[in-house]
Design a protein around this ligand. Structure first.
Ligand SMILES: [Zn+2]
Length: 325
């Protein structure tokens, strides 16, 4: 642990001059995420021409530790909070030389930006949780929670990531969930990918982040779903119209073909993804099939209710989520 005397206590004279000189001038800029926000207060330090920012929600005057974010925002807090919520800090602060002292708080510079520490400490302090979006930010907070062994914040992020309210990209959530062994969340995310063409260039970055075995599981799901749809549509017991060639009209007994049915099948099977049950059952192609009539007697060729019911039941049996067993 690298310990320095915190400039937030205005005891700058204890801060080694060489360390001050090494501080990048960029640190004097207000962090972009807090620019114009009342959450951060600028503290001028004319003696060393170095300004820094203190987080107004974590500015306790009797704090015994100061966490400094990568972008130089100071979080003055009580070490007890860290001991209670973080295994990493509990171990760190239990070392004999690292016990914090009230009045002369030690400062600890962390790798995370202030926005991530803000979210992490707010959750740990039972304050109002900030919006955990976009998904990149959500994952950053999760990684920090895991790094500092903070199960509370990690569980909040887990819920947020898999909540439909966040509407996070499903492939990205799938990658995050599978890496952590979150089976239920991974299966739910895989179900949300069904409407996506996994080979679309827009998804390449998210797909690249999925571990190879789990990526294969996702591809297998999409492939199995398409194969199952093909088998359903080819099932002559369910749909006699799938018989090649012509069949007898149920009304007049003359030979009829099933062009509309085969067109419906073809249009479905050439799609990059298998549409949802609702989309298929409400499609214009299916409507055309159900309205198709015999050229000879003009009676409809198919029982609309039975055909729709058979198709609906068969579609329900299509796989909808990955098998991670
Ligand atoms: Zn007929």
């Amino acid at each position: 642990m690298k310990r320095i005397i915190c400039e937030a206590t205005r005891q700058e004279t204890f801060l080694p001059r060489v360390q001050l000189a090494a501080m990048d001038r960029r640190q004097q800029l207000c962090p972009a995420s807090f620019r114009g926000s009342p959450s951060v207060r600028r503290i001028p330090s004319p003696k060393y021409k170095l300004d820094f920012y203190i987080h107004t929600s974590f500015s306790s005057p009797d704090a015994d530790i100061v966490l400094i974010s990568r972008d130089n925002v100071h979080f003055r807090i009580h070490s007890q909070l860290l001991r209670q919520t973080s295994g990493w800090f509990r171990t760190l602060l239990s070392l004999p030389n690292n016990a914090p002292q009230a009045g002369t708080p030690d400062a600890l510079r962390l790798d995370e930006p202030s926005s991530v520490l803000d979210a992490l400490l707010r959750i740990a302090s039972a304050m109002e949780v900030p919006p955990l979006r976009p998904v990149d930010f959500c994952e950053e907070v999760l990684l920090a929670a895991e790094k500092y062994e903070m199960p509370g914040p990690a569980s909040v992020v887990r819920v947020a990531l898999t909540s439909s309210l966040l509407d996070a990209p499903p492939v990205r959530v799938y990658g995050i969930a599978t890496r952590r062994g979150w089976v239920a969340e991974a299966r739910a995310a895989s179900a949300r990918t069904l409407a996506l063409d996994l080979f679309h260039p827009a998804l390449r970055a998210d797909m690249d982040k999925v571990d190879a075995p789990h990526l294969m599981a996702l591809l297998r799901l999409h492939h199995a779903r398409k194969q199952a749809l093909r088998e359903v549509l080819d099932d002559k017991k369910l749909f006699s119209s799938s018989t090649k060639g012509t069949t007898q009209c149920f009304s007049c007994g003359r030979r009829v073909d099933h062009i509309d049915w085969f067109q419906f099948k073809y249009n479905l099977l050439v799609m990059a993804t298998v549409p949802s049950d609702t989309e298929i059952l409400n499609s214009g192609d299916l409507q055309r099939v159900l309205e198709a009539s015999c050229l000879h007697c003009n009676k409809t060729l198919y029982g609309a209710v039975t055909t729709r019911a058979n198709l609906g039941e068969a579609l329900k049996r299509l796989p909808t989520s990955v098998d991670l067993s």
